[in-house]
Design a protein around this ligand. Structure first.
Ligand SMILES: Nc1ncnc2c1ncn2[C@@H]1O[C@H](COP(=O)(O)OP(=O)(O)OP(=O)(O)O)[C@@H](O)[C@H]1O
Ligand SMILES: [Mg+2]
Length: 425
């Protein structure tokens, strides 16, 4: 396959029309800013954005693009969108979703969407939704969900605390093939350099210095407001996971990959609203020791605590699960959630079937059948307790588990198993 030379532009420009082949290379954002700078100084301030060829979109490109577009509209540039693919429509790249107007959607499907948050309440709702959705769709190693929750909180709060704007943008995406998830946060505020320059004792010499300072422990623009833990902690958590962190602010970028950092100092800027991009990637198949990352500090996991009874067991009330007890998808979501809870707490889990009159066989297989094969019969019995199951549900579960165990036994099917069992004596 022919690879593009670095000189060849990624955005093809034909008059006022910009054709985007991909939204996966960060260079697209830089090229877009260059074009906007020219457009701001020209008479024709109408741009056509053509996404006909755009197959994939990553958060670190889509989020800043959407934020920049929304803010440039206020500066007199108009945008027309051509050929938005279904995925780009779903992302809401044209107009980032307001949390307050889309609360239900945020709670149901928060990933693969560009959100605009305008308050601490929005941040709280979004983070809960991200953590819930992640824990239902993927199995994360110990420390990953807590590390993520801690980090995203810090980054989103920084926007409200330091950006000089009262809003920002965020999107998350899961890449199951490589077992990573990525989140990008963008604001159109003053940037890290300006924030440290104007109000701190640190007085960075240039934007790169500012980013190197910001990820150090104890560096804050104002000791009365912050402690300088946020970006340092994020850097530690990403580093403990050998993940990737990018911070781009003003004309500087800071990249951490394989625990080595690189900086760069010639990122194109707009005449105003340069803001800050924080983008990080976590390998969810790799355990994170939070207390090691945060120098002995272990955040309290309020969510896990709220599930515990007075003797420290976790109770899950199946009746309250919104996804229901009828579908394979719902069984899978609840199974992932339970495995994640177990990985986080190492505690016994009681599944309470009170009020559940009937379950589908596929739900039973996906939830109980696969948990038994995942943990093994002995492991399952040691961790899980099934409570208040009526006789009909009992027989459905019994059958699903029996089938699943037979199938998993040597990876062979029922009829093949019959053959083997007659051989073995
Ligand atoms: N989005 C942002 N816009 C502008 N400046 C920022 C932004 N995020 C961080 N900064 C700057 O980087 C500094 C370090 O951020 P960090 O989160 O590490 O510490 P803090 O927010 O000051 O304190 P803490 O996170 O412990 O409450 C901030 O004090 C601020 O000057
Ligand atoms: Mg902070």
């Amino acid at each position: 396959m022919k690879t593009k030379s670095s000189a060849e532009p990624l955005i093809k420009q034909e008059g006022q029309e910009l054709i985007f082949d991909n939204l996966t290379n960060p260079r697209v954002v830089s090229e877009f800013i260059d074009i906007l700078n020219i457009t701001l100084n020209s008479n024709n301030k109408n741009l056509i954005l053509n996404f006909k060829n755009t197959k994939a979109a990553f958060p670190n490109i889509s989020v800043p693009m959407a934020g920049i577009i929304e803010n440039m509209i206020g500066k007199g540039i108009t945008f027309e969108f051509y050929y938005l693919t279904e995925y780009l429509k779903k992302l809401s790249i044209k107009s980032p979703l307001r949390v307050q107007e889309n609360k239900k959607l945020a709670q149901k499907a928060s990933l693969d969407k560009i959100w605009r948050f305008d308050s601490a309440d929005d941040i709280y709702l979004l983070i809960n939704s991200f953590v819930d959705e992640l824990s239902q769709i993927i199995v994360c190693e110990k420390g990953v969900l807590e590390g993520f929750e801690w980090s995203i909180n810090e980054v989103l709060d920084n926007v409200l605390q330091h950006s000089s704007r009262s809003y920002g943008y965020v999107m998350g995406q899961v890449h199951p093939k490589t077992k990573h998830f990525v989140f990008c946060v963008y604001d159109t505020g003053q940037g890290i350099y300006n924030s440290l320059l104007t109000s701190s004792v640190h007085k960075p010499k240039n934007p790169v210095e500012a980013l190197k300072l910001a990820v150090k422990e104890g560096v804050t623009r104002d000791k009365k407001i912050g402690q300088g833990n946020g970006l340092w902690g994020l850097h530690q958590i990403v580093s403990e996971n050998t993940g990737i962190l990018n911070i781009i602010s003003n004309s500087a970028s800071y990249n951490l990959t394989n625990n080595k950092f690189k900086t760069y100092d010639r990122i194109p800027q707009l005449p105003y609203d340069n803001g800050c991009i924080v983008d990080f990637q976590i390998d969810y198949s790799k355990e994170i020791s939070i207390s090691k990352a945060l120098g002995g500090y272990e955040p309290v996991n309020l969510k896990m605590e709220s599930l515990e009874d007075n003797i420290g067991n976790i109770n899950i009330d199946l009746q309250s699960k919104e996804s229901g007890v009828g579908t394979r998808k719902s069984g899978e979501k609840i199974r992932n959630e339970l495995i994640n809870i177990y990985k986080q707490t190492n505690k016994n889990i009681t599944l309470d079937f009170t009020g559940v009159n009937i379950v589908s066989s596929s739900f039973a297989d996906e939830l109980i059948g696969k948990l038994v094969t995942n943990f093994g019969f002995y492991g399952f019995n040691n961790i899980f307790k099934l409570k208040n199951m009526n006789p009909s549900v009992q027989s459905i579960v019994q059958r699903s588990v029996a089938q699943r165990m037979m199938e998993s036994f040597n990876g062979k099917k029922e009829d093949q198993l019959d053959d083997t069992s007659s051989d073995s004596d």
